[in-house]
Design a protein around this ligand. Structure first.
Ligand code: AHN
Ligand code: ZN
Length: 335
């Protein structure tokens, strides 16, 4: 008997005794146990597809409320959700900005499995900021930004998730909300007193007046600036306080899928974002997945945040994939 056969023989004995032990059980010995079996693998999120949806929004130009690009992009987004099989709701509202401008706003909602009582909310803002007030060149501070990472990236990821939801439904209902007028908040160059609640006007309106009476979801996930190359999504402290278990579940899933580098398990900066109003006014805990750059001097959201440089060049498919796949694997495991 050579050395190779010495290994084979005990294996055969083990296999035989294993068969005897199983006796009349029809269950093969290799079947995963209950805990392993419980993890569902979500369909594959296509980052090229998400990237194309980001590009499509950018191609409209800045989607600033009260502009033609904004109206056209709103139509595009509602049509896309419809094409992906969602029940679409449009909320039109006149919202008053920090300077008294009346914004013709539109929240766009796509509902999947609308009759289910078990629901998760996914959201992002679709408008772009009217002010490049963080731009190094002061002459740009009153110009509209393209809002590719800040706005279009989150919406692009959610459109790809919508496309996947149509192909294979998870066990629960999903609502995708594109909030308007998030980014019309009081500008840095304003000389007067700071005014509260000037950001997130669309989500404030929705949380006070949901698209369905008595609307409820177990929790929400907000995507904001989720496309930048080398982005890092730290625990956002407001989310960590108000949606702790959901936040941990998302980060755990990201690490299991191999996206740990994008999701450090450490706290970043606290932000006023749509998740705050979903939580306070809508009474739904909501996790903000938002880029936090601890190394940047000019903004904790990255150097191009609220500048003329928030363009397609910063967008990396790998980041879209890390976020999109993580969110998908979380929602496909809800029952
Ligand atoms: C503030 O700067 C107050 N909040 C950040 C929320 C935001 C702006 N997200 C995108 N643009
Ligand atoms: Zn912004």
């Amino acid at each position: 008997m050579n050395i190779k056969n010495l290994f084979i023989v005990p294996t055969l004995i083990l296999a035989f005794t294993g068969m005897v032990a199983c006796g009349n059980s029809s269950k093969p010995a290799s079947q995963p146990d209950e805990t392993e079996k419980a993890v569902i693998k979500a369909p594959a999120f296509n980052a090229d597809s998400a990237y194309a949806y980001v590009q499509a929004q950018a191609d409209f130009g800045p989607r600033v409320p009260n502009t033609q690009a904004h109206r056209d992009c709103g139509e595009y987004l509602a049509k896309q959700l419809e094409a992906f099989g969602a029940k679409v709701y449009n909320q039109y509202a006149d919202l008053s900005a920090w300077d008294g401008t009346i914004l013709k706003a539109r929240n766009i909602i796509g509902a999947y499995n609308p009759d289910s009582k078990k629901r998760i909310l996914l959201c992002a803002h679709w408008d772009s900021r009217p002010y490049a007030d963080n731009d190094p060149d002061e002459k740009n501070h009153r110009k509209h930004i393209l809002g590719v990472n800040d706005g279009a990236s989150g919406v692009g990821v959610l459109l790809e998730i919508a496309r996947q939801l149509q192909k294979q439904a998870p066990q629960i209902g999903i609502d995708i909300i594109f909030f308007d007028a998030e980014d019309y908040g009081i500008p840095e160059f304003h000389q007067g007193a700071y005014k509260e609640h000037t950001w997130c006007l669309g989500s404030q309106y929705w949380a006070r007046t949901p698209h369905v009476q008595g609307y409820f979801a177990r929790y929400g996930i907000l995507l904001d600036m989720v496309g930048g190359k080398g982005a890092t999504f730290y625990y956002e402290p407001y989310s960590a306080r108000t949606a702790k278990s959901q936040m941990k579940k998302i980060w755990k899933k990201a690490h299991e899928l191999g996206y740990g580098n994008y999701f450090p398990k450490q706290e970043g900066a606290e932000v006023i974002d749509d998740h705050v109003y979903v939580n306070t006014l809508g009474r739904i805990p909501c996790v903000d997945i938002i880029n936090y750059d601890p190394t940047c001097q000019t903004s904790s959201f990255g150097s191009y945040w609220h500048t003329m440089n928030d363009t397609m060049e910063n967008i990396d498919r790998n980041t879209l994939k890390a976020v999109g796949q993580t969110v998908m694997d979380v929602i496909y495991n809800e029952k």
